[in-house]
Design a protein around this ligand. Structure first.
Ligand SMILES: [Zn+2]
Length: 616
């Protein structure tokens, strides 16, 4: 990561840009849900007024001061942004009779508060279109705060999204959702209090809001770059950018207003090529290619560049330079990682060697506040090579507990390892201290001094990183070592469940099958939804659940058939009711042997939402 000394802390241009066009804001900046629970709170960030403490990286501290700026801002004639009322931005474009909204924030409550702030200033203009720039929840989750499903169904409001949006918007929550959710709580520091020794910024925004998440399916999909559409008299030209920051994403150009909206493809921080909460690795090379296309298609015809996070860039020259530099950072990350990979360096080695050229390293918007360059270089290696680095000594290593037992024995026992770790800590070799203590903790020794020293080590690593997610991981790990796993409340989102296809529902069931327990089972189950009518056959054999659309007599007769409205199953999946309750209420019909259903259920594991991370 760049040395802070190469950065110009006297350059206040970002602060001027982040404040430019300020209209009004909420004071205090606190948003509550209908029950009075706080879902957004910037009232506790006054500590950021001060000078940078020793517990925060100076560049990240500066960035935190920028990401907490909040309010309604006019970015061009008739174009406004709500920023700092959620982790993401909501853009409002005035049309002939109403408004178009790009990215209605993450929660219904924050989106409604943002729209109310706009309307208090500009009048009660109706919403005519809502755009989702991409398939991440902080860009669609608040849609019910700005429109109702009835308004969309009645045709009064268009909902516009890039091709592939629905599949990707819900699939993140299906197969790997629980595991990623647990890791996301580390990455975003959601279990940490705000303060100089805790949470300071998520880097793409101050924090995630915690209100109600919804989804209204799109009524119009953008399927190609150059597609032009007119909404309420406003012409919008789209650039599709699949497999960049999200699998389904698009940029927008407003030719009349000369405004370019680049979604999350460019921001005032480097982005993640592989988000550490866990996701499929992104394509840094393709990302760079799309940014080149953005410049060639739209930059010369734009006066303002806005995004779905952070503040605008004004001026054709400045926004062109901004996009070219962003492109170069992704291209450099990709090309240099591959060059070193092809020279024989492994992921961990090339990431250590990776260094931006000085011309990029001193640029504020290329700092690794969100996407850490070390992590991104490893991600490029992973995309091409996977986890194995080619050395057979590392092909079949012991897992952490078995390795920990052996390392501790080899090093002369737990107290000897602790002694070595303390020496590493005292000489500020925190990375080595963390490795030694990791072996000791995973060896299974109940060694409270080791846990405390590891917590102190994580703190020092967290205090020194310029990366928001790394700080979140280190400080969350420290807290859990001291206090044990912390739970975040289980939240279900009915709109996302309703948006699942039957195939996605059965895929989510298949990854809950406990293979060893179900290995000897053979079950055929008929699964029938009414409204809309869907007939499926589930076959469990060899520990594998396969869902067949329609009847599948070739696998034998169904032992039991379950019939219910899809809406009832949605409620069961949202855990607002249970299957037995719905059977008793007559909403679910069971034909055949009900014991087969009980048996089937006994093979399904519930995900563990507080699984251990920093301990065995
Ligand atoms: Zn986002």
């Amino acid at each position: 990561m760049p040395e802070a000394s190469s950065l110009d802390f006297t350059d206040d241009a970002d602060f001027a840009d982040a404040q430019r066009g300020f209209v009004t804001t909420l004071d205090p900046c606190v948003i509550r849900d209908e029950k009075g629970a706080v879902v957004w709170d910037l009232s506790d960030v006054g500590f950021l007024d001060g000078d940078c403490p020793a517990t925060v990286d100076p560049a990240l501290w500066r960035h935190a001061k920028l990401t907490r700026i909040h309010g309604l801002f006019e970015v061009a004639d008739g174009i406004y942004q709500v920023r700092g009322l959620d982790v993401s931005n909501m853009t409002i474009i005035e049309g002939e009779h109403g408004i178009l909204i790009v990215d209605p924030l993450m929660s219904r409550e924050t989106a409604a508060a943002g729209l109310a702030l706009y309307r208090a200033h500009r009048g009660d203009r109706p919403v005519r279109a809502v755009f989702y720039s991409h398939s991440h929840v902080d860009h669609f989750g608040g849609v019910r705060g700005v429109v109702t499903p009835a308004e969309v169904a009645g045709g009064a409001v268009a909902v516009v999204a890039p091709a592939g949006f629905m599949e990707h918007a819900v699939s993140e929550n299906v197969v790997a959702g629980p595991g990623r959710g647990r890791r996301a709580s580390y990455m975003f520091g959601s279990l940490l209090e705000s303060g100089p020794t805790g949470h300071v910024t998520n880097a793409i925004g101050h924090r995630m809001s915690t209100g109600a998440i919804g989804l209204i399916p799109p009524t119009l999909l953008i399927t190609e770059t150059g597609q032009r559409e007119v909404f309420d008299g406003v012409e919008v030209v789209f650039q599709l950018t699949p497999d960049t920051e999200a699998p389904s994403e698009m940029n927008f150009h407003l030719p009349a207003a000369r405004v370019l909206l680049v979604a999350e493809n460019a921001a005032h921080a480097m982005h993640n090529v592989l988000t550490p909460r866990g996701a499929q690795v992104r394509d840094a090379g393709a990302w760079a290619g799309y940014l080149t296309e953005t410049v060639r298609l739209y930059a010369a015809d734009s006066d303002v560049l806005i995004g779905s996070h952070h503040w605008p860039t004004w001026g054709t020259g400045a926004l062109t330079a901004f996009l070219n530099l962003q492109r170069d950072a992704y291209a450099y990350t990709h090309d240099q990682s591959v060059r070193m990979m092809n020279a024989g360096l492994t992921g961990i080695e090339l990431a250590e060697e990776f260094e931006l050229p000085a011309s990029l390293a001193r640029v504020w918007h290329l700092q690794g506040f969100y996407g850490n360059y070390n992590n991104n270089a490893k991600a490029v290696y992973q995309r091409y090579m996977g986890w194995f680095d080619g050395n057979p000594a590392r092909l079949w290593q012991h897992p952490p507990t078995a390795a920990g037992v052996r390392y501790v024995a080899a090093l002369g026992g737990a107290d000897a390892v602790l002694h070595l770790a303390r020496a590493a800590f005292d000489t500020a070799d925190y990375r080595w201290a963390a490795t030694l203590l990791d072996h000791l903790i995973f060896s299974g020794e109940e060694h409270s001094a080791a846990r405390e020293l590891q917590a102190a080590t994580f703190e020092q690593l967290g205090y020194r990183t310029d990366n928001g997610p790394w700080r979140g991981f280190f400080l969350s790990g420290a807290r859990e070592l001291r206090e044990g796993p912390l739970t975040s409340p289980l939240r279900s989102h009915p709109d996302l469940i309703a948006a699942l296809t039957p195939a996605q529902i059965f895929q989510a069931m298949a990854v809950r099958v406990n293979g060893p327990r179900a290995a000897g089972a053979h079950l055929v189950i008929g699964w029938v939804y009414t409204d809309p009518a869907e007939v499926w056959t589930l076959v469990l054999a060899n520990g594998v659940l396969v869902a067949h659309e329609g009847e599948a007599p070739e696998y034998g007769a169904a032992r039991v058939t379950i019939t219910m409205p899809r809406s009832v199953h949605n409620e069961v999946l949202a855990q607002t009711t249970t299957m037995p309750d719905q059977v008793r209420a007559g909403a679910v019909t069971i034909d055949g042997d009900p014991i087969a259903l009980l048996e089937f259920n006994s093979y399904l594991d519930d995900p563990n939402r507080t699984f251990a991370i920093v301990t065995p």
